[in-house]
Design a protein around this ligand. Structure first.
Ligand code: IPE
Ligand code: MG
Length: 224
């Protein structure tokens, strides 16, 4: 989800106004994902690098997150959405962690859409944490070096239990991954949409899925 700041700047508004409209886009996109029958949707809400933004902006973003969690859970639950969050919870404030835990608990049995919000998330950070856990297990003699395979690493990622993404959409015209699901995106299809995130909605999601359907996925094998 990129382009909130530019959306606001184009209108002479403060960046926060862009983030607020971004929340509306989240609402619409989640509904559209449910309607399209998408099983898993992961939103990159706040990266480990976003902590380096000016403190007032970080404060506003955390305020919006709190607002979203408080106001949206009942509706998500009603829609059959299971909510999860991935990322470094240690850096989030304790009341936000509590709201996340409550939402995860309350929506645990839902299966219509698995909505994951990446918060204080960084792909490199995630891989490093897994490597540290593996190193500790090896050092303690619980794990043989030869047993360190893809499954061993994946079982220590935040995304344990979630499938790798088939499609990754980035908005605002930027064409890079920016530390999102680095391990998991090995074979993901990438779609770039010039639209700024607050303007993203149902039609954008549908077009991205259509684009995905035209791609030929080979996973390293030869052209048929
Ligand atoms: C994305 O919009 C929202 C978050 C990263 C939380 P930006 O805030 O990155 O908007 P731009 O890139 O400055 O337009
Ligand atoms: Mg940005």
């Amino acid at each position: 989800m990129d382009g909130n700041g530019r959306w606001a700047k184009l209108r002479g508004l403060p960046r926060t106004a862009g983030h607020r409209r971004g929340v509306e886009a989240v609402r619409e996109t989640v509904k559209a994902a449910v309607d399209l029958g998408i099983g898993y949707l992961t939103l990159y809400g706040f990266s480990s690098e976003n902590w380096n933004r000016p403190p007032p902006e970080v404060h506003d973003l955390m305020g919006l997150l709190r607002f979203y969690l408080r106001s949206e859970i009942a509706e998500l639950h009603r829609q059959g959405v299971r909510l999860r969050s991935i990322g470094d919870r240690g850096r989030l404030s304790s009341d936000i962690v509590r709201l996340i835990e409550e939402a995860e608990e309350r929506t645990r049995a839902n299966a219509k859409l698995n909505l994951t919000i990446a918060l204080s998330y960084g792909g490199r950070d995630e891989i490093l944490r897994a490597v540290r856990m593996i190193a500790a297990d090896v050092a303690a003699g619980r794990l043989a070096p030869a047993a360190v395979d893809e499954a061993a690493l994946e079982s220590r990622l935040f995304t344990l239990g979630l499938p790798d993404p088939d499609l990754i959409i980035r908005t605002s015209g930027e064409q890079r991954i920016s530390n999102f699901l680095l391990w998991q995106s090995a074979y993901s299809e990438l779609v770039f949409d010039d639209c700024l995130w607050p303007d993203f909605g149902r039609d954008n999601l549908r077009r991205a899925v259509e684009e995905f359907q035209r791609r030929e996925r080979r996973y390293g094998t030869a052209v048929a």
